[in-house]
Design a protein around this ligand. Structure first.
Ligand code: MN
Ligand code: MN
Length: 287
């Protein structure tokens, strides 16, 4: 016993060190092993988009700031997916440098900054400029034309702007939000009336614009902690000047959007969790 006692003391000390190491191993920030690209697509790739030129209408583009499925035929993204958290928000100024996306495959038509001019439709961001203000570079990425759709001004400046503000208000209140936005159908009504296409037929005007938000308290291991009780907000709006500014009145189910688009949203979540989350309409009161 007398011989063992000091040995035990060392052993205990060793255990304490181990416990200390373990603790520092568990605490680091969530992006431990996620690249920014993985972060933007954490909840899945809704249309199974691939980065192959042979897939021109479901062409995957991954940027550090957002990921998207591009349609060469439509000249717009089908959907754009991104994560909004405090890490992405800062004080960078709005760059306003709308420009063609040089990351499109060679030989593909690049929608230009002036393609929407005089059409009665706004260059509507999918990933909003104000969601990417942690650096000038981040913010500039949102002005690539592959992030734009022809959006009725009232939809863009009122309905959508309100929903975007609400999303960032959630982040300011301690949440983080995974967002997927997309558009489908053909033909919208802007400030000059109805149009099916603009830019000499090279850009399709969508009929509907939707968004799905998954809202989590700020934390780690986001995919693992999304459960049947996680808040999901799904919205589907008409691309028309007569749209109501109150986005909450357009709340719907993820299932309805999946049915309308043929996509599988939140596909990275277990089937049973998707089943529950996708069949509900968000009912929280909006301030
Ligand atoms: Mn906008
Ligand atoms: Mn789904």
């Amino acid at each position: 016993m007398r011989i063992l006692k000091p040995y035990y003391r060392y052993f205990l000390f060793f255990l304490l060190i181990l416990a200390g190491c373990k603790e520092t191993e568990v605490t680091p920030q969530q992006s431990v092993s996620l690249t920014p690209e993985q972060e933007q697509l954490l909840l899945g790739n809704p249309s199974g988009a691939t980065a192959q030129e042979s897939n021109p209408n479901n062409f995957l583009m991954e940027k550090p700031q957002f990921a998207l499925s591009y349609s060469r035929q439509r000249g717009t993204p089908n959907w754009v997916s991104w994560h909004v958290s405090r890490q992405w928000l800062g004080s960078a100024e709005r760059q306003d440098n709308f420009r063609p996306d040089p990351a499109l495959p060679e030989g593909w038509y690049q929608v230009s900054a002036s393609a929407y001019r005089g059409t009665g439709f706004d260059r509507g961001h999918n990933t909003p400029s104000a969601d990417r203000t942690n650096s000038v570079e981040s913010n500039a990425a949102t002005f690539l034309m592959t992030n734009m759709i022809p959006q009725a001004p009232n939809n863009n400046q009122q309905t959508w702007a309100n929903l975007e503000d609400y999303t960032r208000a959630l982040v300011a209140a301690g949440m983080e939000v995974y967002v997927v936005m997309g558009s489908y159908g053909q033909g919208g009504t802007g400030s000059n009336g109805f149009a099916k296409t603009i830019d000499n037929g090279r850009v399709t005007v969508p009929a509907r614009i939707w968004k799905v938000l998954v809202v989590l308290p700020e934390g780690e291991n986001d995919l693992q902690r999304i459960s049947r009780t996680t808040r999901v907000i799904a919205v589907d709006t008409p691309n028309e000047e007569s749209v109501r500014s109150d986005w909450a009145s357009y709340r719907t189910t993820v299932d309805a959007i999946e049915k309308a688009t043929g996509y599988d949203l939140l596909s990275a979540l277990p089937e049973q969790v998707q089943h529950v989350l996708e069949s509900q309409v968000d009912e929280q009161a909006i301030p």
